[in-house]
Design a protein around this ligand. Structure first.
Ligand SMILES: Cc1ncc(COP(=O)(O)O)c(C=O)c1O
Length: 395
């Protein structure tokens, strides 16, 4: 079969591939601890589930406008304004509701970029970014900040990577896979650089509410900056991680009304609206504020405790492996290249070996642009995390 140029460079999702292999081995009876998944291990809070069921029973089962229920678009805008310090004026017209944050990223890149364009991707990166940029037939250009800055980008890093074809920058804070969090000052420096060079900042803030910094329980986001400090932008967010709703498939993008309208038109000709009952569920998540805060607090407290546990256990039991201290999200990016040898020459072989011999599934760092590391998800129970690290430490 001859396939289209459209998908000629497309790679399947590496994180999903490891997760599927781990599930397959477990189904065959192997004792596998799966630390590869990128999703909370909690159930969706019951007030959200109840709202969706009530919505289905009351007939919220038909098409909505392609860009989403007007009340949900409004709620997304209001929640973004409320949770940010920049004093932005945003309305439903600035929002497109999508089938997961992934579709927001796709709609954004497909609407903004094309052949000849370069899009800077902060590395280590979430594995989907380069693939989406390539689907738009643009070029991903990877750049990494200094290791002592936890890979976070400075204006000088950006300037070094810039060419006349640079049109966009994809940033993720808190980061998947590294858990690093940009400070507001660091974000300001990046935003100012981008504004002055007419580069659109695509800020993936899907882990924003999962933050462990004492001084900021919610990670700084682009909308914490003043509107005058930010040029062209898209903020990508959603309910998948914050509300343990990965399977409901609701994400959203916030952008200027012109881009939101283009992205909405693209969606109207591709997938139409995100599933209506899921939109009703997301509306409850964003508007029932007391219940939402309590649910987020419970989950983030658990992630924080597990972060501390994993950091302590890895320090004690795997002292030869270094890692970045996760300040948000639920991943530990563990540097394992000190264990490479003739047989195990990279992160993929290291992960296969550990899966085979010790029954622990991790994601190779090569999928995130850094072959020296592997990603460990701590979105699972304290007991399984303890067992997994003991297995990793065993001979
Ligand atoms: C950084 C990042 N952005 C976006 C997504 C996609 O989220 P969704 O499941 O809402 O499409 C993920 C999911 O793993 C992610 O880690």
């Amino acid at each position: 079969m001859k396939y289209s140029e459209n998908i000629s460079r497309l790679q399947p999702s590496a994180t999903m591939a490891v997760s599927s292999l781990a599930k397959k081995l477990a189904a065959e009876g192997r004792d596998i601890i799966n630390l590869s998944a990128g999703e909370p291990d909690f159930d969706t809070p019951s007030f959200i589930v109840d709202a969706a069921i009530a919505g289905i029973r009351s007939g919220k089962t038909r098409y909505t406008p392609a860009s989403g229920l007007p009340e949900l678009r409004r709620a997304v805008a209001e929640s973004a304004v409320r949770s940010s310090a920049g004093g932005w004026t945003l309305s439903g017209e600035n929002v497109v509701v999508t089938a997961g944050a992934k579709q927001s990223l796709f709609n954004t890149c497909f609407s903004l970029f094309g052949p000849g364009d370069e899009v800077l991707v902060a590395s280590p990166y979430w594995t989907t970014y380069p693939e989406i940029v390539k689907l738009a037939r643009a070029e991903p250009v990877f750049l990494t900040g200094a290791e002592e800055r936890d890979f976070k980008l400075s204006a000088e890093d950006l300037e070094r990577a810039r060419t006349p074809r640079t049109r966009g920058l994809i940033l993720c804070s808190p980061s998947n896979p590294a858990g690093t969090v940009y400070t507001l000052a660091e974000l300001r420096e990046v935003a100012r650089w981008a504004r002055e060079r007419d580069v659109c900042v695509i800020s993936d803030e899907i882990y924003r509410q999962i933050c462990f910094k004492d001084d900021s329980p919610v990670a700084p986001g682009l909308l914490d900056l003043q509107p005058s400090e930010v040029g062209a932008f898209v903020v990508v967010d959603g309910v998948s991680k914050t509300f343990a709703m990965t399977g409901w498939r609701i994400g959203y993008m916030l952008a200027d009304a012109g881009l939101a309208s283009k992205a909405g038109a693209l969606q109207s000709q591709t997938t139409s609206n995100a599933a209506t009952p899921s939109q009703v569920a997301a509306l409850a998540a964003l508007t029932q504020r007391d219940a939402a805060s309590a649910a987020i607090h419970e989950m983030v407290t658990a992630f924080h405790r597990r972060r501390d546990l994993v950091v302590r256990l890895v320090g004690e039991k795997l002292p030869s492996l270094s890692f970045l201290q996760p300040e948000g999200a639920f991943y530990l990016f563990l540097r394992v290249d000190s264990e490479y040898s003739d047989e195990i020459s990279g992160s993929a072989e290291w992960c296969s070996d550990v899966l085979e011999r010790k029954g622990v599934a991790l994601v190779p760092g090569v999928a995130f642009g850094d072959d020296r590391y592997v990603r460990l998800s701590f979105a699972t129970s304290d007991e399984l995390l303890t067992d997994a690290i003991e297995r990793l430490a065993s001979g």
